[in-house]
Design a protein around this ligand. Sequence first.
Ligand code: FAD
Length: 300
Amino acid sequence: MLRDFFIGLSKNQLLNTAAKNYGLKMGAQNVVAGTTIEETIESIKELNKHGISATVDNLGEFVFKEEEATEAKEQIVKVIQAIHDHQVDAHISLKPTQVGLDIDFDFCVGNVREIVAKANEYGIFVNVDMEDSGHLGATLELVDILSADFDNIGTVIQAYLHDAQEQVEKYRNMRIRLVKGAYKEPAEIAYQDKKDIDANYVRIIEWHLLNGKFTSVATHDHNIINHVKRFVKEHNIPNDKFEFQMLYGFRRELQLQLAKEGYNFCTYVPFGKDWYGYFMRRLAERPQNLNLVFKQVFNK
Ligand code: FAD
């Protein structure tokens, strides 16, 4: 119930817009790296010091106007330039709806093409994040079109989807991020039970580790992480075939520990003014994250 409540809040456009003018509040500053590119580069440098790479997400939701999508694209191109100029170990994560998927498909493909081409000049990878199932088909089509021309592009497969295994097989030759899935999806297309989602998650991780090009295991779940550690050892899968990923600000100790143990580790670094929807989805996933809010309120 609490999950539905926060997912509902994440979709509230009025609150989203209000939050943009309000700065990082309610504890969001613990999980969002900053509001500017400069602040974000400093956060990445700090991660890099600990042997952790970053995937940078310029936060943005509810983009229905061409000017806003173009602005977002330009901001992402600036991030790519900053990654190159500062020589930090980082790549890009982007959400297709932020660069026009809800406006016009070809317009969106054009925007992502520009981003991927710019990143390609500097050997920087671009991950196309996966949003809700209403955008799934178009997102995969976009990835199919651009991956025909570029090899610095990858995407995300959500384990809660019944057809996750088919997707994993289709995208075996791509660098792929595997996640449990963050949105509320109907039972016709997605597992609802945590046990079923976890079982499917382990299944697709194992398959991709054995057969895929490069696997990003994106989870905070220590049971899954420990399983992956055992699995790669048993199957002699070298460290350069996979990495662990977690979100900025979550389980910091575990992030550092995994990097120290010699695993490739990449932190998802969101930044920007449009933090509200992202933050509400994190609360939906794990209401205990509310302690970030309480800490902030009581530490004032
Ligand atoms: P959960 O199922 O939330 O947690 C499992 C267990 O892990 C918990 O019971 C608890 O014991 C432990 N645990 C979890 N979090 C914590 C914590 N903070 N502190 C202590 N213990 C904890 N979803 C998408 O739909 N599309 C995407 O493109 C996408 N990209 C992502 C990128 C990254 C790097 C990450 C980490 C997640 C991404 N997600 C994405 C979100 C993902 O789908 C899940 O919704 C989210 O990661 C929560 O699931 P979980 O696997 O972390 O573990």
